[in-house]
Design a protein around this ligand. Structure first.
Ligand code: AMP
Length: 116
């Protein structure tokens, strides 16, 4: 991981603006700047972890907290009844462009499978 702050770390540190919809001691959720669905929210840990592949056993609680929070955010957004998708792109072939772990929460249209 490079020493330079990622765009998400800058959002956590309030150095650049974001449309934040949820925050607690461990994570923060905000709208994606380039939405791929009518609802597209990113949920990120405040701790700097590169991606799913970089998670360690010591991150077990945080990883669980992120998933539980994804469900909570979805309920608060009112998308839980119709359904939604939670995606974590990991590495180059996974399509990851920001090297800070994040869950995409996508909803508001029928999402296709397999993904492109
Ligand atoms: P990924 O390609 O999985 O790494 O996802 C990174 C996501 O971050 C993309 O969907 C981008 O649109 C989104 N993104 C990049 N910069 C910002 C920003 N400043 N505010 C909100 N979302 C952003």
């Amino acid at each position: 991981m490079s020493d330079e702050k990622t765009i998400f770390k800058k959002i956590i540190d309030r150095e650049i603006p974001a449309n934040i919809i949820f925050e607690d001691d461990h994570c923060i959720a905000f709208y994606d700047v380039s939405p791929q669905a009518p609802v597209h929210v990113l949920l990120i840990p405040k701790e700097e972890i590169e991606n799913v592949a970089a998670l360690q056993l010591e991150n077990k609680e945080l990883a669980g907290h992120l998933l539980l929070t994804a469900g909570k955010v979805a309920r608060e957004l009112g998308i839980d009844q119709a359904g939604y998708r939670v995606v974590a792109n990991c590495g180059a072939d996974g399509g990851q462009s920001v090297d800070h772990l994040h869950l995409h929460i996508l909803a508001g249209r029928q999402l296709k499978w397999p993904p492109g």
